[in-house]
Design a protein around this ligand. Sequence first.
Ligand SMILES: Nc1nc2c(ncn2[C@@H]2O[C@H](COP(=O)(O)OP(=O)(O)OP(=O)(O)O)[C@@H](O)[C@H]2O)c(=O)[nH]1
Ligand SMILES: [Mg+2]
Length: 1185
Amino acid sequence: MSQDFDVPLSNTRNVTIVAHVDHGKTSFADSLLSSNNIISSRMAGKLRFLDSREDEQERGITMESSAVSLRFDMMRTGSGGCKFNDGRKAGFASADAFHSDLHAASTSKHLCNVIDTPGHVDFASEVSTASRLCDGALVLVDVWEGVQTQTISVLRQCWIDRLRPVLVINKMDRLITELKLSPIEAYHHLSRLIEQVNAVMGSFYASERMEDDLRWREEREKRLAERATREGDEPMDANGSKGEGEAGEGAEGDTEAGYEEKEDEDLYFAPERGNVLFASAIDGWAFRLGKFARLYAEKLGVKEGNLRRALWGDYFLDPKTKRVVGRKKLAGRALKPLFVQFVLENIWKVYETLLGDYNPDAVTKIVSALNVRVSPRDVKSKDTRNLLTLIMQQWLPLSTATFQAVVDIIPPPDVAQTQRMPFMLLPELAVASSTPLQPQNTLEEGLYSCVRDVEAQVVGYVSKMFAVARGDLPEFRKREMTAEEMRQRGKEEREKRAAAAAVSSAAGSVPQAHSNGISIDGIEGLTGSLQDLSVGPPSELQKSDSDRAQDIEINDQAESSEVLLAFSRIFSGTIRRNTKLLATLPKYSPDLPPDHPRNIKFVKTVHVKEVYMMMGRELVAVGQVQAGQVCAIAGMEGIVHRNATLWAPSSLGLQEDTQPEKLVNLAGVITQASPIVRVALEPENPADMPKLVKGLQILDQSDPCAEYLVQETGEHVILTAGELHLERCLKDLRERFAKCPIQRSQTIVPFRETAVRGVDMAPPKTAGMPRGTVQTNLLGILTYTIRAIPLPPAISEFLLSHTTTIRRLVSQHTAQADDRSEDDHADVDVDADGTAEQTHTQAQEQARSLTPEQFWEELEAVCRKAGGEWVGAADRIWSFGPKRMGSCLLLDPQDTQQLRLRGRSQLIAKARAEGATAEQALATTESAVVDQQMATLGDHLGSSPVDETTLDEAMKGQGLPADATKADLRLLQDFETSIEAGFQMATFQGPLCAEPVVGMAWVVEKIEIQRDSEGNNNSRMSAVVGALISSVREACRNGMLDWSPRIKLAMYTCDIQASTDVLGKVYAVVARRRGRIVSEEMKEGTSFFTIRAMLPVIESFGFADEIRKRTSGAASPQLIFSGFETLDLDPFWVPTTVEELEDLGEKADRANVAKLYVDNVRKRKGMFVEKKLVEAAEKQRTLKR
Ligand SMILES: Nc1nc2c(ncn2[C@@H]2O[C@H](COP(=O)(O)OP(=O)(O)OP(=O)(O)O)[C@@H](O)[C@H]2O)c(=O)[nH]1
Ligand SMILES: [Mg+2]
């Protein structure tokens, strides 16, 4: 296979194929592969070549994304590729350019890096990792199934990552063969489908732009006002009139006004714009309107461009006048839209002729009319489906149409990077800014323009690590020898043997044959051309194969046969093998210098051992890769875990004296699926433990969504996105990574705890105090009162949807933020208990990330709305919990003067605005906090036994040394830290079953320190500090239990399509698993219902299989995690009224599902579970008698 990846940037494209599960991505990719002769065109659409794993082929589901670099030649004008206008949505308008271009001819080589992704929701993280590396996406939609849940989420991913999408309406053949629609019905169906997709795009646009729009309008008004004042002095008629003056302003702001307008319009898919492909992957055909416009333009004597615009929509050909007319001029005639007449009917005809009664004459007629080449044998063959494919593949070749659309619509890397880079480097600023951001330094210039020079700074981004069998690396793969080589080899062997026989004295002869057969696979031509380009010593690229093999020896242990490679894209410069690079891990902060103590541990040196182009199952070692390409890099195993940004001053890599001034961090993969399903693993044979641990480590690194952790109990736990994902992980562990039999525990599902105001709660525990109040006196020295209150739902939802903002906010306040973990798992923080913190849902993820000011303002508004004591609560927030970023609050009392989070946030912002560095700002804020604490210290020093003195008086009046104040201050600070720690612990492990608490607030009503007369009760004080944490934890828990506690269940939403006859069965399954139906819709024109149900995750195992069985395989539900939902049942509830006792028995343990769940979790965690083993023993005895 001869490959040449060296094409100009303008002819390079990076594209990902995304869709809902089973909409035909992998089949679609097949046809593209066949254009490069990787597979035969007869097998295209059937082979699913990129599903290279055995289980992928078995199940017919893609589980890992795979990349392939495809070459194609295209006839273009001399301008070097189609023209892309500038501005964000550049390209859609270029359809004209494209079609006119086709007439002028000059072929040029193009390279398209295609990444096929899985559609199953369990592997959604693979989609996010792929989209970061690409500039455009082919969004497939099954023409019949239409927009599905994952379609929406992939469209959202494209939107977030600023990928230019091309809509591919796939499985068009189903409309003819399965659903037997007429062309006109099909046309209406297609229009509705495109509308559906556009509605989704519109919703993203609306939500993002609403704010932007407001900002833009405000700015514009301000400008207008300024201008009005400026021009106020000028004579009115300078511009003719005031009104025209405004028009002039309009013209000045035209770029923006026009920009806004165009953006909205460019957002949508419209066949006439060339961003919609109609395809049948299985039959190997696809087209855009341009194809038919060209065909008919001449026949009808209409301009091609005009015809193309009329080919979609309600335009008709008036048979009398031979003119194209709109609906108005139909005058009641029943004409067919042009699209039906010229496009669909032709396709329908081919299908009907070939798949109807066999008629060789009709077939021959079609073959000649379409001007395709089919061998007479094929025409005679009875396999008409195959013949159909042959004809359609030639008439409307899928790969040609797709590559044309890709070149047309999707910008080349340099153009794309100019638009995408601001969103990757400064996402918040870029979204907020109305004008495109500009590069600030040479590094950014390189990134914005995708420079490829060897001297340019190298920046690459690793979006995931993936495992390949060592034997699959080209260095290790046996190359198939040509006949000539075999003859040569035979000759050499014979000579060798003859020589050996001649020497024959020594018996133990040479077992050399084994060392042969390792060879780089047939890319001599390529390496040759690369040598010319390379700057370094040529010998590097000419290393012998065995040397290379040694270089790749990443893991010395022979038993490990998996190598981890980095799935990467080069954004600037050229990466070469055998160079050193810096890898910045996701937690690296680009605002601080690289040698800052907080950054230093996130910068690692890596050695690039080899770079490969990816060819689906094969890797091709290429020695170097230039900017704008997607590639795989060897040599980062053990250093880079998930993602990283690579940097070097030039293609020569790091030198001894390299001192980076600034590094960037391109991390931003949004993992939409949160790992929610947890199991503990152990090897069947205990001696295999080391193997398992090693396997788990590889899995953890190579799967973007699987997490591995060791629990406190010593259990080895993995977290996966769902059942299918878990199965794949187990299979990988058993067969590839650990290679030993493994047992799994029952699935562990997280819960949440909260409390609500119940209807018939017992009286408050502390009499005379509001509910939830707990007063504690520690050793007679410290008295404090804490009151628990359930948060109003609006506040807790707001907090939940902004956890990322809160995390950032809190880390701003603590210099040592996030020092806890050195790993680079930025996306998911896993605590010791194994509870994934990132369990907010897709819907919640949509929430914009806010600046601190915005966050506080919005929170304040939400609190104000909640009313009552919540008004102003935002100012009193002392801490968030659990883990400092959850939806629980620790609050100061209402009349507090304390400088809490918000006050500090404002101080920091103020200092930053005045030009202070982050550290300085922090320092000034800290000292302000200390000052203020000093000022309020007196409030906490309760009445001392001797006399009632405040601190000041104590200092002055009693002549206490200044040290005493400092000691008091330190004491107060210690107390506050302990109280916060206690709160964090209480929220991290709730009172019910030690699961995290959400939606609660605790108000610290009072802290009073009783000083004794000498003020030297140090030893007792330290005892208090020691006991305080656990005491606060208990207080928080008890306060919470004073309300009516609840558990929250992790829930899945799922859409099930079922026909009327199986509907009842589906409902029964959902009900039995404690799910509930949310909606039920009849699909237009069919007897199918789309049901949306909510299902507790804990009850979901085996659900998909069960539904599939019940519906005879018709429905396969996609379970999507949708957050936690309160189970409205008090786990402590027991029947009290006579009826309840009669109905449910004394304990109602069967009715109280909440208690059941709680007890199960407690049992699993080894906590105390109240349970009687022998119940009603007398009764049993009585029965026996
Ligand atoms: N009728 C018809 N079936 C198709 C077409 N394209 C794909 N299929 C079928 O749809 C099923 C799924 O195809 P895949 O290519 O595996 O779909 P996918 O999108 O890659 O699926 P995942 O990767 O698992 O999300 C297979 O049975 C294909 O044969 C098409 O154009 N027409
Ligand atoms: Mg697939």
